[in-house]
Design a protein around this ligand. Structure first.
Ligand code: RNT
Ligand code: ZN
Length: 423
């Protein structure tokens, strides 16, 4: 077996560059643009959405992580070490998306409505040292006050107040991230609120949710520090018949209040795709947050693979020139495989989809469409699938110091043998 050398990769790249140039595509420009796109990696893939509040706390909110692959991070130091491994296997500089349950409170229990920036200072120091921006999420699940299935839309005023205070605390923590790191934090609110069976009052929870959000957002925060997003869902486990924070609800809310809308690719009907929603919502909303995920038969949060759905999302972002208005976060959790590999595979696939989109001959495709030549458009779109995109991706990885092809598995296996199996 011959080994692939750096020279092979460069030679293949040169040929690929010529093929793309023949279509008017500048591969160097595409790579330069790709290098400036941060992905926000979700911390919760590393420990199955457990957090460090209470050891062995049950996962709530209708979320489910299946599998018991060895090596799950048991504390923040382990999670940071695992994240260092994952980030080191990605080309480019990326962000980390934290949840409130990843606070470090020095072994002292701190209620979620009393969380402060200081409880995340070690995360901030770690991120600053590595150039990662931080994003944030209130954790409105896996908590006794979420057990009855309602948080921000609860009919119980005390429960609602608690979660409102938690979300306010989270915005302030988000702003502290933005201040410390010089890049705005996106603080995303997702709540599990809903009914398992058919409700008679669909209106009440939504009006209470609207009021709660208004209270949470009442204090303006400099958008250079923190930006707020709301994430809808179609259904959850235990909220199959009704979810208070539906797509229409949050779309309306985000438009009315000028905040970000978060679109999670697992949160719509199975044949509905978030790619088609981007140009629609971005006609009315300044910025969008994505939770790139992969549902299999349901909102199963599988590791993101290079599917048509993923490519369509990337194409819409690039074709619409939305790269500065769409914040790309990942959201999946698989505990049946190596968790670091899960991050790396999902993130690399998202970057590959973006590169494919950046390598499209946009002017040519648009001209065909504008001229009514739909036959030519279809022919070119299909021909593009055979172009040597992989050679461009390999060269990008090589230049960025990231492993080429499947070679990222070697350090992951090594880390598994040295570290993960002992947990
Ligand atoms: C749940 C949402 C939400 C969570 C995280 C952990 O369905 O997708 O984004 O996955 O907050
Ligand atoms: Zn999500």
């Amino acid at each position: 077996m011959t080994t692939v050398t750096d020279q092979h990769i460069e030679a293949a790249y040169t040929l690929a560059q010529e093929r793309y140039a023949a279509l008017g595509v500048d591969t160097e420009a595409a790579l330069a643009r790709l290098a400036r796109i941060p992905l926000s990696l979700h911390c919760w893939q590393g420990d199955d959405v457990g957090g460090f509040e209470a050891p062995e706390a049950a996962l709530g909110g209708g979320l489910a992580v299946t599998g018991n692959y060895p090596g799950k991070a048991r504390n923040a130091d382990e999670l940071r070490a695992d994240l260092d491994q994952a980030f080191g296997l990605l080309p480019g500089v990326h962000r980390l998306n934290l949840h409130a349950i990843y606070a470090e409170t020095g072994g002292r229990p701190v209620e979620r409505n009393a969380l402060l920036p200081e409880h995340f200072s070690r995360w901030v120091d770690w991120a600053a040292a590595r150039g990662h921006g931080l994003d944030f999420n209130p954790t409105c699940f896996s908590h006794p006050l979420a057990e009855r299935g309602f948080t921000l839309s609860s009919p119980d005023a005390g429960v609602r107040t608690f979660w409102i205070e938690h979300c306010i605390a989270c915005r302030e923590i988000g702003a502290s991230f933005g201040r410390a790191l010089g890049t705005p934090c996106i603080t995303n609110i997702w709540i599990p609120d809903g009914f398992k069976d058919t409700p008679v009052d669909r209106k009440g929870p939504r009006l209470r949710l609207k009021d709660s959000l208004d209270r949470i957002l009442a204090a303006p925060i400099d958008p250079a520090l923190n930006r707020d997003a709301v994430e809808s869902k179609l259904f959850g486990i235990g909220s199959e018949c009704y979810v208070a924070g539906s797509h229409e609800f949050y779309l309306g809310y985000a438009v009315a209040r000028g905040i970000l809308l978060c679109l999670d690719s697992g949160h719509f009907h199975p044949t509905e795709s978030i790619s088609d929603k981007l140009s629609a919502v971005l006609a009315f909303i300044d910025e969008v947050l994505l939770h790139v995920s992969r549902g299999v038969r349901w909102d199963s949060d599988h590791v993101v693979t290079l599917t048509d759905a993923l490519q369509a999302i990337a194409q819409e972002i690039v074709r619409g020139a939305y790269l500065d208005r769409v914040h790309i976060g990942l959201d999946f959790f698989d505990a049946s495989i190596n968790r670091i590999a899960a991050w790396v595979i999902g993130a690399r696939n998202t970057l590959r989809a973006l590169l494919l989109a950046l390598l499209e001959p946009h002017d040519r495709l648009r001209a065909l469409e504008a001229g009514g030549d739909y036959t030519g458009r279809l022919a070119l779109l299909e021909a593009l699938k055979g172009l040597p995109f992989g050679a461009v991706w390999d060269a990008y990885c090589l230049r960025s110091g990231a492993p080429v092809g499947g070679a990222f598995m070697d350090p992951i296996r090594d880390y598994e043998r040295r570290v993960l199996v002992y947990r």
